[in-house]
Design a protein around this ligand. Sequence first.
Ligand SMILES: C[C@](O)(CO)[C@H](O)COP(=O)(O)OP(=O)(O)OC[C@H]1O[C@@H](n2ccc(N)nc2=O)[C@H](O)[C@@H]1O
Ligand SMILES: Nc1ncnc2c1ncn2[C@@H]1O[C@H](COP(=O)(O)OP(=O)(O)OP(=O)(O)O)[C@@H](O)[C@H]1O
Length: 289
Amino acid sequence: MKLLVKAPAKINLSLDVLHKREDGFHEVEMIMTTIDLADRIELQLIEKDEIKIISHNRFVPDDQRNLAYQAAYLLKERFKVNKGVAITIEKIIPVAAGLAGGSSDAAAVLRGLNQLWDLGLTIDELAEIGAEIGSDVSFCVYGGTALATGRGEIIEELPAAPTCWIILAKPFIGVSTADVYRRLQLNRITHPNTRAMIEAIENGDYEGVCSYVGNVLEDVTFSLHPEVAQIKDQMKRFGADAVLMSGSGPTVFGLVHHDSRMQRIYNGLRGFCDQVFAVRMLGERHKLD
Ligand SMILES: C[C@](O)(CO)[C@H](O)COP(=O)(O)OP(=O)(O)OC[C@H]1O[C@@H](n2ccc(N)nc2=O)[C@H](O)[C@@H]1O
Ligand SMILES: Nc1ncnc2c1ncn2[C@@H]1O[C@H](COP(=O)(O)OP(=O)(O)OP(=O)(O)O)[C@@H](O)[C@H]1O
């Protein structure tokens, strides 16, 4: 038996850090939304009682370091499943890019194996299990648009953000999320206005969304990799309505309303970025069926 599951990337429309916690993680307030840039995951039941990862991307581990493996392992152990699965990952989302590629693969495996192994878990239960794998996995289990708090695993659904083009530009570098959080200087933060962003989303106010984007991790990554700040400046100069780094970076995204301007920015960036995409937001939560 075989199942195909989509694993969409996320962007952070805003990312605030409130304080550092006793457990070493940071207390965050993030507005996240899924976008139409997705890995494709194929799950196939196999005879042998093992978890097999197949990926043709040299940056993606094919063993227990893979978050998709960890998702399958958690379900298998917890629910005493004695069936094997082969997980083939067709990687479309850039790796270590701030787009939650690995987390989304793990979330897709949780949703898919819930079906394939007939576990009958609710989406909330899957999200709770996801939090054991990584802070972004719970959000990825749900998808859509949400406020994420705690270390990122407490999810409150929001209405879909006003629709527009998302232009993504990733320079040829990877960023370590742990390193960026470690270097963050909490006393130097200018906090984004998360409440105003939520209100703008609830009112379908595109200009409001554009004016309240903010990410406190930007300055850390900019100081480590000045080319990320340069891409942000370029995208602004080409005329994006709002520009922000996603997560811990290095991917920078621009919000753009008009098709013609999207095309101009896309063409302009392709000259000097490793990867450039123009996609839409997904808007809707995943459905379990
Ligand atoms: C930057 C974001 O991607 C924004 O969505 C997330 O906050 C990070 O999510 P993630 O990559 O799933 O993070 P995890 O795999 O749970 O953690 C990676 C490392 O980032 C740091 N980390 C992560 C989340 C958080 N709220 N505080 C942290 O300090 C911790 O050092 C942790 O060891
Ligand atoms: N399924 C996977 N896809 C990609 N990378 C994975 C996967 N599983 C584990 N990894 C490892 O995780 C590291 C970070 O990759 P990932 O693409 O998930 O980062 P990210 O998009 O920055 O994540 P986030 O936005 O959640 O911080 C990679 O360098 C890779 O070694």
